[in-house]
Design a protein around this ligand. Structure first.
Ligand code: F6P
Length: 354
């Protein structure tokens, strides 16, 4: 029999569509299946630094939030309790405030915590677990680059948004005979760029995993011209590694602009650039993301009920499983340059600029 009476939930790092669906599922499961109390911890772990900000999450709080983007708890990608920035005697210092966090959780009557977040949040989860906190994780990132889960919720929604944008860019590119560059998110991995590029029928996809040159892209643009195709759509992941001669330009703005200007200079084509940015992080989650988020939320609560702490829920072979925090963090899942997805894209003529 579990000795849990009350759990806390926190969302940390950049938001992703589906966070509210996880919160809703965890709250409903905790209250309806286990009769536990649930405390919402606002803004990452800030609600444990200032416990007066934390509040009881009831069924009423989660009513109607399933289709809503963002997180009702708020989030932050600052506020790591092990390296917390404060100003002391006019100087910025990093302090370990984890003992306060753990003490405040106990004061709030929280027996165990669900942390919903990316690699950074799960790393904090591991450190808190090592200090004795009962904690489980739910993986989140639109980038889909966490190695121990096949998918993270938010990715499907982001790909839908980016694909819709590629579809829209397509018609105007064709009308004006232009090269259209669209920058999408993906700090370390090209999953969004590749999926949206394939789904939207983009011609060139630039991802961090495959080095490219402007010359190769422009040769491809020219080949399309010869074939009677006077427009080209280039999807570029924000994290691409620019060729050495362009690296200096990166500080002048978004990477899409740098790539677009370089293509214009070499190809002498008219080029326009769109940077999709945080639009990919917002909006209502797709049905797929809502279902995955719901399964993750329930699985996290079940882990707590079984006393399996220090673990993160994950998706493997379409099944919800769990993995130790220590195995879940620090390793990125990147696109395999010679994998099936890239091979399929190349087989239909997609150019990776290499
Ligand atoms: O990790 C997810 C992500 O969306 C990245 O693709 C992007 O680089 C980053 O977050 C942006 O973070 P911020 O909201 O802090 O600008």
């Amino acid at each position: 029999m579990s000795d849990i009476r009350c759990i806390g939930i926190s969302t940390g790092g950049g938001d992703a569509p589906g966070l509210n669906a996880v919160i809703r599922a965890a709250v409903k499961c905790a209250i309806l299946k286990y009769k536990w109390k649930v405390i919402g911890i606002p803004d990452g772990f800030d609600g444990l630094i200032w416990p007066e900000k934390s509040f009881e999450l009831t069924l009423k709080h989660v009513s109607g939030i399933l289709p809503r983007g963002g997180t009702i708890l708020g989030t932050t990608n600052r506020g790591n309790p092990f390296r917390y920035r404060t100003v002391e005697n006019g100087e910025e210092v990093l302090r370990d405030i984890s003992p306060e966090i753990i003490a405040n959780a106990a004061k709030l009557g929280i027996d165990a915590i669900i942390t919903i977040g990316g690699d950074g949040s799960q790393t904090i989860g591991l450190e808190l677990f090592q200090k004795g906190m009962k904690i489980v994780g739910v993986p989140k990132t639109i980038d889909n680059d966490l190695s121990s889960t096949e998918l993270t919720f938010g990715f499907d929604t982001a790909v839908n948004t980016a694909t819709d944008a590629v579809d829209k860019i397509h018609t105007t590119a064709e009308s004006h005979h232009r090269v259209m560059v669209m920058e999408v998110m993906g700090r370390d991995a090209g999953w969004i760029a590749l999926a949206a590029g394939m789904a939207g029928g983009a011609h060139v996809v630039l991802i961090p995993e495959i080095p490219f040159t402007i010359e190769k892209i422009c040769d491809y643009v020219k080949a399309r011209e010869r074939f009677g195709k006077h427009f080209t759509i280039v999807v570029v992941a924000e994290g691409v590694k620019l060729p050495p001669e362009l690296q200096e330009n990166r500080r002048f703005g978004a990477v899409g602009n740098v790539v677009g200007s370089a293509i214009a200079a070499v190809s002498h084509k008219e080029v326009r650039v769109s940077v999709l940015g945080h639009i990919q992080r917002g909006g209502t989650p797709t049905p797929f993301d809502r279902v995955l988020a719901t399964r993750f939320g329930v699985a996290a609560v079940d882990l707590i009920a079984k006393g399996e702490f220090g673990k993160m829920v994950c998706l493997r072979c379409q099944r919800i499983e769990s993995v130790d925090f220590s195995k879940a963090i620090g390793r990125l899942k990147t696109v395999k340059p010679h994998g099936e997805l890239v091979s399929a894209a190349r087989a239909i003529g997609m150019c990776f600029g290499d």
